[in-house]
Design a protein around this ligand. Structure first.
Ligand code: AMP
Ligand code: MG
Length: 403
């Protein structure tokens, strides 16, 4: 029934409202900071670059000193890493990429445009001020904010921090997330399958997702479908983690104990969302630790983790950017029967004749995980909407959903 399904945005807002930002910070060498979240902003202590420098190998001169066709003598040679003396009036200085431009020079001519003669250099290009000079502070100006608190450190942020001389960074502690997969039918890969059994897929999907999301994982044993055991296991996990993510056991069957235990022994603040796949998603807490109860079906686990779990995790991580950014793209597929649930279609972009469109995997069953391996992201089909070929849909690449 649509009536008791919480709309996706409302459900996410509910979760974010209850998301505690992790307490505690850590100081790490910059070399170990990749993927971590800045716990403070970083100001620029001094201009980057610290001085005007040459963008090319060539010759520095003052435009005023130059007369077309007249050679200019070379009075100095400035290797990178040296402090240049002021340029002698009426001369040029040999200069290299990254060398500081000497005081008195106002342009640099690239060496390819210069002929070196016995009487000095002759230039075969237009000579005007400001050529090939990288100005002091053009990258980062002293006193400005280089990076804000809550920024995730990617390779480029590591480089930027290094460029302002930072050797150690203060980052947020990692979120510890316990993974609990439920189901009597589950067997770990590596073991033979008995009748009625399947391999525990979600445990590994979640392990990978959480690692990519920059969390520490507390991996729990696969949980049998028993009420008391479910409660005990959840309570034990609560003492070891900042967040518990379960899979399965949140539906309406009498063997679905996770939701029931949250209701009985903890708190259940949300259950059932207007999302496809993943309707039975539950959220609550046990012993004060938040619990995100994902559905059991493997593709629904991936989708609900990315769409609902990631904004929650980012908030707990103290991230600046919580929501993914989608791209509007024309659809290559049709949806003829509108759903009361917002659908996240496993999809990928395809480009032909310079035209990029989004295509859907043929089988969108919540049990079909191969769809997600074929796909490069999720396309959104809003509630009560039919889609015709060429209609614009929002597409979220997996990299964006998990960044
Ligand atoms: P449930 O919500 O527990 O009824 O699970 C829904 C469906 O997902 C059932 O077909 C389960 O067998 C399947 N399922 C649940 N957990 C897993 C898992 N960890 N790996 C693979 N399939 C699962
Ligand atoms: Mg189950």
């Amino acid at each position: 029934m649509a009536a008791n399904l919480t709309p996706v945005e409302e459900a996410i807002a509910h979760l974010l409202n209850k998301a505690p930002v992790i307490e505690g910070t850590q100081v790490l060498p910059l070399t170990e900071s990749l993927g971590r979240i800045l716990a403070q902003g970083y100001q620029v202590p001094a201009d980057v670059p610290p001085a005007d420098n040459s963008a090319v190998d060539g010759y520095a001169l003052r435009v005023e000193d130059y007369t077309a066709g007249q050679p200019l003598t070379i009075s100095d040679r400035i290797p990178a890493g040296s402090a240049p003396s002021p340029l002698k009036p009426g001369t040029a200085a040999r200069i290299f990429t990254g060398s500081e431009v000497p005081a008195g020079a106002d342009t640099v001519i690239m060496q390819e445009r210069v002929e070196v003669t016995d009487n000095g250099i002759v230039i075969s290009a237009e000579v005007k001020p400001d050529q090939n000079i990288r100005r002091r502070g053009q990258d980062l100006a002293e006193g400005s904010l280089a990076l804000a608190k809550g920024t995730k450190i990617r390779a480029q942020e590591m480089g930027l921090l290094a460029s302002i001389g930072v050797a150690e960074v203060t980052v947020m502690k990692k979120l510890r997330v316990a993974i609990l997969s439920t189901g009597d039918e589950l067997v770990d890969p590596g073991m033979p399958l008995g009748p009625g059994q399947i391999y525990n897929t979600n445990r590994f999907t979640l392990l990978g997702l959480l690692a990519e999301a920059g969390c520490d994982v507390v991996l729990c044993e696969t949980l049998r479908d028993e009420r008391d055991l479910t409660r005990e296991t959840l309570e034990r996990a609560a003492s070891k983690a900042d967040l518990i993510i379960t899979s399965g056991g949140v539906s309406v069957g009498e063997e679905d104990h996770v939701r029931a235990v949250l209701e009985e022994a903890g708190e259940l603040s949300l259950w059932r969302m207007a999302i496809k796949p993943g309707k039975p998603l539950a959220f609550g807490s046990i012993s004060g630790t938040p619990v995100l109860g994902l559905p059991g079906n493997p593709a629904a686990v991936l989708v609900t983790f990315l769409i609902v779990g990631m904004p929650y995790i980012r908030t707990c991580q103290g991230r600046l950017q919580v929501y993914p950014v989608g791209q509007p793209l024309p659809s290559m597929f049709e949806v003829t029967s509108p759903s009361v649930r917002k659908e996240f279609v496993r999809a990928r972009t395809e480009t032909a004749d310079d035209n990029t469109r989004v295509n859907a995997f043929s089988n969108q069953s919540s049990g079909v995980l191969s769809s997600a391996c074929w796909a490069s992201g999720l396309a959104v089909v809003p509630e009560h909407t039919t889609v015709a070929e060429g209609d614009t849909l929002t597409f979220y690449p997996f990299t964006e959903l998990l960044s």
